[in-house]
Design a protein around this ligand. Structure first.
Ligand code: ZN
Length: 216
């Protein structure tokens, strides 16, 4: 008891040194083999420090590799107390091709997680009723899917993860081992690497200080 209360602050200190951010690990559950990538991605989202998120491996996820969703048991809590689960597919099966998470480069995984955390930020602004309507629309409207996927990437880029998002997109689109059908779906529903670059540049413009007197 005494020992754990002693070790915990040291552990916190070491981790916060490593990631240059305070990550409240009391409310994050991260499997060991994705820990480094998850912590790196989380370090871009200080606003999620108070948000409970569990990263969880699943054998297969239909049509996707990772999926962020509110924890069902927390659904009727206030949105400030809502908890999230990010499901990660252990096997990535895309029309016959088989990958595992371990085959994917670390930076690509960081980008992937960054995109999912973008969804969490998006969800965190929605009311419970809003989330319900959101879920239904996602099932039936591809225009809505596009809008939501764009929002997740936009949040990730605005949080400084543009280069990682770009790596993840290029990994998918330039990957000869992935089927054309899968890549077509990605092109149809997600923003392109060119649009990511545009958003990165827009963010850079916003970061530059305004020159007083030159605005019209
Ligand atoms: Zn997404």
């Amino acid at each position: 008891m005494l020992l754990t209360s002693f070790i915990k602050p040291i552990l916190y200190f070491t981790l916060s040194m490593a990631t240059a951010q305070n990550i409240d690990l009391d409310n994050k559950i991260i499997p060991k083999n994705i820990e480094q990538e998850a912590l790196e991605a989380l370090s871009f989202y200080p606003e999620l420090a108070e948000t409970a998120i569990e990263f969880k491996f699943k054998d297969n996820i239909k049509k996707s590799t990772m999926q962020a969703q509110p924890r069902f048991a927390s659904f009727f809590k206030r949105k400030e107390n809502r908890e999230y689960v990010i499901l990660i597919s252990r096997n990535i099966q895309i029309e016959g091709e088989r990958f595992t998470m371990d085959d994917i480069p670390s930076d690509v995984k960081i980008g992937w997680i960054g995109h999912e955390l973008g969804h969490v930020v998006d969800y965190s602004h929605r009311t419970n009723m809003g989330m319900l309507i959101f879920g239904l629309k996602y099932l039936f409207s591809s225009a809505h899917i596009k809008e939501v996927e764009r929002a997740a990437d936009t949040f990730a880029i605005a949080h400084g993860m543009g280069d990682y998002i770009l790596k993840t997109k290029n990994f998918i689109l330039d990957n000869a081992d992935l089927s054309e059908k899968y890549k077509e779906r990605i092109r149809r529903l997600y923003i392109s690497p060119e649009e990511v670059m545009e958003l990165i540049n827009e963010n850079k413009v916003h970061e530059e200080p305004e020159i007083v007197g030159e605005k019209d």
